[in-house]
Design a binder for this molecule. Structure first.
Ligand SMILES: CC(C)(COP(=O)(O)OP(=O)(O)OC[C@H]1O[C@@H](n2cnc3c(N)ncnc32)[C@H](O)[C@@H]1OP(=O)(O)O)[C@@H](O)C(=O)NCCC(=O)NCCS
Length: 176
């Protein structure tokens, strides 16, 4: 068990989120997808403005995982309105847009704790279903989601930099 604490992020956390967002994306995909695509993707999709917009969007919630000393950011999760190509997408679906941890802190239960925060919040918001997209080659993350009960509900092509990658779309029905 990792001694990380998890808390809801808010205005003022833009820099921490940008840092952990870029660092964890690079760590996850260096050697897996093209380096130029990683750099371009981080510049666009992990820009400070992106996190600032989410932090001010009432439909989006972000959790930060931190460790001592000094509450260093080691991971995060973004829960928001879905942007996924599913024919049966509904107004009461929500998407786990990102869940990432630095490698050193993986496999210690922090990812599952972040997913539990998202699940509880989605249930409180009356959501019907939790959805997410995951790179089809990311076998570790897919095993993680399967362990939590998510099942494949579709596929999509996901643009990273200048190239598209084949993703799976997974879903979990929520009890209401
Ligand atoms: C995917 C991720 C968020 C999971 O978080 P985590 O803290 O490492 O996972 P947990 O310790 O909570 O794992 C819970 C269970 O999920 C399964 N699991 C997690 N990672 C796994 C892996 N790499 N391979 C197989 N099973 C895995 C295991 O059953 C695990 O339980 P166990 O450790 O008792 O066997 C984290 O590993 C991560 O950030 N990976 C890199 C970034 C990434 O791929 N993010 C998802 C992008 S869509």
């Amino acid at each position: 068990m990792c001694a990380a604490t998890i808390r809801r992020a808010g205005p003022g956390d833009e820099d921490a989120l940008t840092l952990v967002g870029q660092a964890s994306f690079l760590e996850a995909f260096a050697g897996v997808i093209g380096g130029r695509d990683i750099v371009a993707h981080c510049q666009r999709q992990h820009a400070r403005e992106k996190y600032a917009a989410w932090l001010h969007d009432p439909a989006t919630e972000i959790w930060l995982a931190e460790v001592e000393p000094g509450r260093a950011p080691i991971g995060y999760l973004v829960l928001t309105k879905p942007d996924l190509p599913l024919a049966d997408l509904a107004a009461d679906d929500l998407e786990v847009k990102r869940v990432y941890l630095l490698h050193r802190f993986q496999r210690t239960g922090v990812g599952a704790r972040l997913m539990q925060e998202a699940l509880e919040s989605a249930s409180r918001r009356g959501a019907r279903r939790l959805l997410l997209g995951v790179y089809g080659g990311n076998t570790g993350a897919i095993a993680f989601y399967h362990r939590l009960g998510y099942q494949t509900v579709g596929t999509r092509r996901f643009l990273v930099g200048e190239n598209t990658y084949e993703d799976l779309i997974l879903g979990l029905n929520l009890a209401r």
